[in-house]
Design a protein around this ligand. Structure first.
Ligand code: ASP
Ligand code: MG
Length: 403
């Protein structure tokens, strides 16, 4: 039995017409393969459900909240199966608890632990297509959980891993681009990219795939192809290693993230334990800190700059002001109009001077950098949001991504 896993995003199931169009793709595949289609909620539906819960409480309890917001996916699967059956395709929707898709205990950001492939295989004796809801699972306490926004990608890759099958992600774009075409009209579709690079692009702001899905694909060596539901094409293949005959670009893409804010505290004593005195209270508030920079002046006083999710900016600022009083810091500053721009490419491992070229290109265009961080295959800079378009465009051009 040859199996194939496909995932259809919100716009691909967002209306009657979209469901029928996606059904025709599923039908085509079902002539050759047994198909598992993992579906998102109809576009806008999860936001609508979240909005409904907020009508009744600012802080809905996580158990009921997950029951509510996971329901959109059940509806898409049921509708798709109703339609497929009406066209004489043997299909069945399976809710995640029926399989089960077992997740970790916590709600709203659970991790998939195990998927029982036997249930899926058994159902294929009577069906050619199975519709499985993305984004949700069930924990060991028999409670419905959700995987975090965009989690259907992760469900699809996890199902593919459990079945040892390939995975196609059908979405409303025709592949992964060198950067966001809305910012850089010269952006080019990437034919093939390594899982490692895609993971950095996703984590640094590219919205095509949930980072955890890419992480999963890397871990279990699953190839993912991103295709458009709405037009023909070859899309983008994401896999562990690039084929040897692929021309390797030094930089494969530029991602940006406008969801962070920057906080700065000046003139704190340069002593052991200061970093934890500043960041400890932030961590206790369950706020994730991303970039951190510390520098020490000649006066023996240190400055600290770090970034947090923009949603947490206010609360983080209040915490920092309290720490500043305790530490008798000179000054506290914040900026929630920043952007983090990241260049990603495995070629950085073997090519020196990428960072310095990046900085000089930005300097030539009068773009001031307030923070820098690097990893083996990524360089990120933080700058003012106003600089986003110029910065991305000049980098895209200078690193020949438009060629
Ligand atoms: N419906 C969920 C969301 O909107 C999950 C997904 O579509 O990936 O985040
Ligand atoms: Mg998505």
């Amino acid at each position: 039995m040859s199996l194939f896993v496909q995932k259809f995003g919100g716009t691909s199931v967002g209306s009657k017409e979209a469901i029928i169009r996606s059904a025709s793709i599923i039908t085509k595949w079902s002539k050759k393969y047994k198909v598992v289609a993992v579906l998102s909620a109809m576009s806008g539906e999860t936001d609508r459900l979240i909005g409904l819960t907020k009508l009744f409480s600012k802080n809905p309890n996580p158990y009921d909240y997950d029951n509510a917001i996971s329901s959109g996916e059940n509806v898409s699967c049921s509708l798709m199966s109703i339609y497929l059956n009406s066209t004489k395709i043997r299909s069945k929707s399976l809710m995640s608890w029926q399989i089960p898709i077992l997740t970790s205990e916590e709600h709203m950001k659970s991790r998939i632990l195990k998927i029982d492939r036997n249930k899926i295989l058994k159902e294929f004796s009577k069906n050619d297509v199975l519709l499985i809801p993305g984004f949700q699972g069930i924990n060991s306490k028999n409670e419905i959980t959700t995987l975090g926004r965009g989690g259907s990608d992760t469900s699809a890759v996890a199902v593919a891993a459990s079945l040892d099958a390939e995975c196609i992600i059908y979405t409303d774009v025709d592949g992964v681009y060198t950067t966001d075409p809305r910012i850089s009209p010269g952006a080019k579709k990437i034919d093939q990219i390594t899982t490692e690079e895609m993971l950095e692009l996703s984590s640094q702001g590219s919205k095509v795939l949930q980072p955890r899905a890419v992480e999963f694909a890397g871990k279990y060596d699953i190839g993912i192809r991103v295709l458009s539901t709405f037009e023909e094409g070859t899309g983008t293949l994401i896999k562990k290693e690039n084929d040897d005959n692929m021309e390797k670009a030094i930089i494969s893409g530029i991602a940006f993230n406008q969801d962070e804010a920057q906080l700065n505290i000046r003139g704190v004593p340069d002593q052991p334990g200061i970093a934890s005195l500043i960041l400890g209270p932030i961590a206790d508030l369950n706020i994730d800190v991303d970039m951190i920079v510390q520098n020490v002046g000649e006066d023996g006083l240190a400055n600290f700059t770090f970034t947090v999710p923009r949603n947490d900016y206010k609360v983080a600022m209040q915490s920092l002001e309290r720490s500043a009083k305790k530490l008798k810091a000179k000054k506290v500053k914040g900026n929630n109009e920043i952007v983090k721009i990241s260049m990603v490419g495995v070629g950085m491992r073997t090519h020196a001077g990428i960072a310095s070229k990046m900085f000089s290109v930005l300097a030539k265009n009068n773009i001031n950098i307030s923070m820098i961080s690097t990893s083996e295959i990524k360089i990120s800079v933080v700058t003012n949001e106003d600089n986003l378009e110029t910065a991305v465009n000049v980098l895209h051009k200078e690193f020949n991504l438009d060629k």
